[in-house]
Design a protein around this ligand. Structure first.
Ligand SMILES: NC(=O)C1=CN([C@@H]2O[C@H](COP(=O)(O)OP(=O)(O)OC[C@H]3O[C@@H](n4cnc5c(N)ncnc54)[C@H](O)[C@@H]3O)[C@@H](O)[C@H]2O)[C@@H](O)CC1
Ligand SMILES: Nc1ncnc2c1ncn2[C@@H]1O[C@H](COP(=O)(O)OP(=O)(O)O)[C@@H](O)[C@H]1O
Ligand SMILES: [K+]
Length: 500
């Protein structure tokens, strides 16, 4: 699903109006109806609903929503924040329509006009939408502050008032802090950026049938992975397949004290459909791995505690495996760096690079050029900062991320809430699965195993990253559903992986 910028959203509205064709007022009615359909599914008709409207089209939406809820017998109060002398045309039309249904429309010009808000009430925020062009001030700002102080549940129409859809806000901007944002047709870039968490809440898109052809043709580097899109990436298994069909992966993982990372990545790799798995671990990990992961073959390293490369047992060179996953738990010993330095030029196919292997790249930047093209790098923000530079805001970070993936021709999974998969072509795919329960040691090692398995099965690296990140997050969501997010451990995530 595409993420478009504000200019494109405006053009998309116009394209819909001209090509469908549909009158602007009817498009607003359709938007209001879609919002109301969601709203009545979530709040009973006894909910006292206070709708705050601005004077633009977001306010127009709010007035239409008020009328539609009144028709459905909801107890509704309308409060228009009168911050300017002029209203938009569609605001005026909806104002007239609303007046046919109720005489009671309140106007907020001064702070004393702001109504009291209680915990069992719902506030609908329709003050400002995607037309925001400057920081909130005056009575708009005071109203937003009052809403944010109140214990009521807040639902934002399209986007929280005061939040820019596609550019950074200033630290001191006053912005609605909604519980929910119900947005029209496509998500906004602002919704998936860490700084904005409290200005978005739980967000949902509602379909208002905007012009499909315009959306299909609109150029954008930003995408949000819809569950349907993720499922389409999944390869079907042939009836006559055999274990050779699904690749032979080599994981280079673990060190003394961090053998858990090796076990987690190996188990996740097996649970993600790899045909055969060999794991090279320092000698001290041999009994651990053979016991915890009997399905994997083991290549004990010549070194007792860290990876050095040469193995005690015969085996093909790493370049002969279908793919290699390296990093979880390996540490940064000089011997391990030497191994990494020797290994990289021998690899020709895409690999997965995580954790300390990424830190080795940051500290030895010349190695970056040796990483096979289209490899998948999976940094968390700190690791990514070490690989690149600091950023002043989330938007600058996205620019750095796109540049890095393009310059080095790699796929980068920047992990966290809404993990971002950056492609060598400069696109970014945001992932919506996962929850804060995943913020616990080892879940990243699980992701490395997942991605290594997908590469081994012949997935295109971008598709592997998008699908793997999606499935990993979904596994976390299954665990959260069953036992709650707090106390989830990485092994639970492995067990909850499903490929269907
Ligand atoms: N155009 C369309 O066909 C549709 C638009 N829709 C709604 O329209 C909204 C966008 O409407 P608008 O473009 O009118 O935008 P807004 O409703 O955000 O209002 C913009 C107006 O407010 C002013 N303004 C901007 N920042 C301000 C601030 N900080 N303080 C005070 N005034 C400020 C602007 O100068 C402009 O006059 C969307 O968010 C959505 O809710 C929906 O009805 C769907 C269809
Ligand atoms: N709040 C969150 N919401 C969704 N996913 C999260 C959240 N916090 C962490 N994750 C996911 O958990 C994983 C953590 O990886 P990482 O930081 O490398 O952990 P570790 O190094 O301990 O294995 C990543 O896949 C990340 O996207
Ligand atoms: K709003």
């Amino acid at each position: 699903m595409k993420i478009l910028n504000v200019d494109q959203i405006r053009a998309l509205d116009q394209a819909t109006i001209q090509n469908e064709p549909i009158a602007p007022l009817n498009l607003m009615e359709r938007a209001a109806l879609a919002f109301v359909d969601w709203f009545v599914d979530h709040f009973p008709d006894t909910t006292l609903t206070k709708i705050f409207c601005g004077l633009g089209n977001n306010g127009g939406d709010g007035l239409a929503i008020a009328r539609l809820l009144l028709e459905r017998q909801y107890p509704v109060e309308v409060h228009v924040v009168r911050y300017a002398p002029r209203e938009s045309d569609d605001f005026m039309h909806n104002h007239r329509r609303l007046k046919l249904v109720t005489e009671k429309v309140n106007y907020i010009e001064f702070s004393r006009d702001i109504p009291a808000l209680r915990h069992n009430e719902v506030v609908i925020d329709a003050i400002l939408g995607s037309g925001l062009s400057r920081p909130t001030e005056g009575i708009v700002k005071s109203t937003i502050e009052a809403i944010n102080r109140a214990p009521a549940t807040v639902v934002a129409v399209d986007i929280a008032s005061g939040l820019y859809a596609d550019q950074p806000n200033a630290e001191d901007d006053v912005i609605i802090e909604p519980d929910y944002t119900i947005t029209f047709q496509l998500p906004k870039l602002a919704f998936v950026l860490p700084k904005n968490g409290r200005y978005v809440g739980e967000w949902h898109t509602v379909d208002i049938r905007l012009h499909k052809r315009y959306i299909d043709l609109a150029p954008t580097p930003y995408y949000f992975t819809h569950p349907r899109e993720a499922r389409l990436l999944l390869h079907k298994r042939d009836r006559y397949s055999h274990k050779g069909t699904f690749g032979h992966a080599l994981l280079l993982v673990g060190s003394y004290g961090k053998m858990g990372a090796a076990v987690l990545s190996a188990r996740a790799c097996l649970r993600s459909g790899v045909g055969l798995l060999t794991v090279q671990i320092p000698r001290c990990g041999y009994p651990v791995l053979q016991t915890a992961v009997p399905e994997a073959m083991c290549r004990p390293d010549g070194h007792q505690y860290v990876l050095t490369g040469p193995s005690e047992v015969e085996g093909p060179p790493p370049g002969d495996y279908t793919t290699v996953g390296i990093g979880p738990g390996i540490g940064k010993a000089p011997e391990t760096l030497a191994m990494f330095r020797e290994l990289l030029p021998t690899l020709k196919k895409p690999i997965v690079v995580d954790a300390d292997a990424l830190n080795l790249l940051s500290e030895n930047r010349e190695l970056l050029e040796q990483v096979p093209p289209n490899s998948i790098l999976t940094p968390h923000p700190k690791e990514f900062e070490r690989l690149t530079q600091t950023w002043k805001d989330d938007y600058e970070k996205l620019g750095i991320l796109r540049d890095f993936a393009k310059t080095h021709q790699v796929v980068v999974v920047l992990k966290g809430a809404y993990s971002a998969v950056a492609t060598p072509a400069g696109e970014i795919h945001f992932n919506g699965t996962g929850n804060p329960g995943l913020s616990t040691g080892g879940t990243g090692d699980v992701l490395t195993g997942v991605l290594t398995a997908l590469l081994a099965q012949g997935y295109d690296p971008v598709e592997a990253a998008v699908l793997g990140v999606y499935a990993h997050g979904l596994a976390g969501d299954r665990v959260a559903e069953q036992r709650g997010p707090i106390g989830m451990v990485a092994s639970d995530v492995v067990d909850a992986l499903r490929w269907e």
